[in-house]
Ligand binder design. Structure first.
Ligand SMILES: O=C(O)[C@@H](CO)OP(=O)(O)O
Length: 248
């Protein structure tokens, strides 16, 4: 029997729409994002993919998306687990900056290194900067050295995988699992699942609000590489939009 894993990036956020680097800043979804979340719930129900448990980050754009999708599919009652390990990549000193202005100021190459290189993080944010989360109470249980001031995707893989192995995989043995998270934390998970190389991972973008189904074998390996978006046309359109962010 195959396990069913549904990955869902949050719907469009207020800062996605404004074209700002977001990272750990706790921005909610906007009206379009809410509608995407409801559509995601309809897609789950239409495809008879009703989650038994949901895992989210501790950021409200993922929580709101999961809640709206599950309410639409009449699954609001399922157990919920949340972890900072599913958070978006911390965008360091870029958090709060306009993507287009950053691209113009530093050039396309540096912009893409910060956005999509596997192992080069943006400059760290000052702990007391406006958009720092260093003293946010939701991370108070973490020792200071575990509270990031910036992250590259490789850092996200390292902090996300313990949660995958310890919390998500055990659920997958008996349950249909929904993971509601973020563009870059889901890129880290898809990289792991599909064994995407460090060289190829910059090309992967995750659309907002469209469920991505992975059926996994006993070794928790995808039966079909890349999984399957429940709305492939909308996914393709959104993937292009994400890839082109900062270019206008
Ligand atoms: O700003 C961010 O936190 C992320 C996701 O919205 O953006 P990007 O796709 O540029 O990594």
């Amino acid at each position: 029997m195959t396990a069913k894993l549904i990955l869902l990036r949050h719907g469009e956020s207020e800062w996605n729409a404004k074209n700002l680097f977001t990272g750990w800043v706790d921005v909610d979804v906007n009206d379009k994002g809410r509608a995407e979340a409801i559509r995601a719930g309809e897609l789950l129900a239409e495809n008879d993919l009703l989650p038994d448990v949901v895992h989210t980050s501790v950021l409200k754009r993922a929580i709101t998306t999961a809640n709206a999708a599950l309410a639409t599919a009449d699954r609001s009652w399922i157990p919920t687990k949340r972890s900072w390990r599913l958070n978006e990549r911390h965008y360091g000193a870029l958090q709060g900056l306009d993507k287009s202005a950053t691209r113009e100021k530093y050039g396309e190459e540096q912009f893409m290194i910060w956005r999509r290189s596997y192992d080069t993080p943006p400059p760290p944010i000052e702990p007391d900067a406006q958009f720092s989360q260093f003293d946010d109470p939701r991370y108070a249980g973490l020792p200071p050295e575990a509270r990031p001031l910036t992250e590259c995707l490789a850092d996200v893989v390292v902090r996300m995988l313990p949660y995958w192995y310890d919390e998500i995989v055990p659920d997958l043995r008996t349950k249909t699992v929904l993971v509601a998270a973020h563009g870059n934390s889901l890129r880290a998970l898809v990289k792991h699942l599909d064994r995407i190389s460090d060289a190829d991972i910059p090309q992967l973008n995750i659309p907002t609000g469209i469920p991505l189904l992975y059926e996994l074998d006993d070794d928790m390996r995808p039966v079909t590489e890349g999984g399957r978006y429940l709305d492939p046309e909308a996914a393709a359109e959104s993937i292009t939009a994400v890839a082109n962010q900062g270019k206008k």
